[in-house]
Design a protein around this ligand. Structure first.
Ligand code: FES
Length: 256
């Protein structure tokens, strides 16, 4: 059950181009956590009506208050407002929302690209089977040490300053990473390439999509993506990223 809470910012730090925040979330994790890959919908600004969807990086059930970590980049007025909130400020947060990853007990490749890296940390923490993490950075590394507490980590950078110079697919090939299931979050070209790679290698791929959202509860149809499966709600081949996703089977997604 998704709940609306006042969540106090207990710490905040800059992490590369992104902002890392720890929030006290009341009983939000205890009452609405279903799987890694869910997001929270955060009200950004007094005057702004729209909430911003932000992926959960890690979450902890705890008494008297659960903890959530979120990581986001400043991309506009709303996230700029959010980034400037001080420690101690209480945010209006709706969550945990959406459907996360379906965790399989099969050898896994966990892939994160750019700002799609943080949402994969909780999955790396919770997935108990054999796994390798592949992280794609533009240049500056972040969260690599945290991932290394849970799995072997392979890195790709655009500028070649660390690991493989190139894409996460280049890194998978160069390091000989294999598995049965790919779990991924990151930019659309990366997800498309992983979907094709998975299909060519007879692997399953679960991908987390990102979209601007308005209602965040499946009502406005403002966050649709084209899929091969009909949405029972609209009876067309669209799915709502906020409600049906954000994680989809890559085979269902129609990449434009
Ligand atoms: Fe309204 Fe997804 S944001 S349906």
């Amino acid at each position: 059950m998704k709940v609306e809470r006042k969540c106090k910012i207990v710490s905040k730090e800059q992490m590369g181009d992104a902002v890392y925040m720890v929030l006290e979330a009341g009983d939000m994790v205890r009452t609405s956590f279903r799987a890694p890959g869910q997001f929270v919908h955060v009200k950004c600004g007094e005057g702004l009506l729209l909430r911003r969807p932000i992926s959960v990086c890690t979450c902890y059930s705890d008494e008297p208050s659960d903890l959530l970590t979120i990581v986001f980049e400043v991309r506009g007025e709303g996230t700029d407002w959010l980034a400037r909130r001080p420690v101690g400020h209480s945010l209006d947060v709706l969550g945990l929302a959406g459907n996360g990853f379906t965790m399989k007990e099969e050898k896994a490749i966990i892939v994160g690209g750019g700002i799609g890296i943080p949402p994969m940390l909780e999955l790396a923490k919770q997935l108990s089977c054999e796994k390798t993490v592949v992280l794609g950075y533009r240049d500056e590394l972040f969260l690599k040490d945290e991932f290394e507490s849970y799995a072997d980590v392979v890195v790709a950078t655009e500028d070649g300053s660390c690991g493989t110079k190139g894409t996460v697919i280049d890194a998978i090939k160069e390091a000989g990473v294999d598995g049965k299931v790919i779990y991924a979050c990151g930019p659309m070209p990366m997800l498309k390439a992983l979907a094709e790679y998975a299909e060519a290698h007879d692997m399953e791929a679960q991908i987390s999509l990102e979209e601007r959202m308005a209602c965040g509860i499946g009502a406005c149809l403002g966050c649709i993506c084209k899929t091969k499966k009909k949405d029972h709600h609209t009876n067309v081949n669209n799915q709502r990223i906020c409600k049906d996703g954000p994680v989809f089977d890559a085979k269902e997604v129609v990449f434009s």
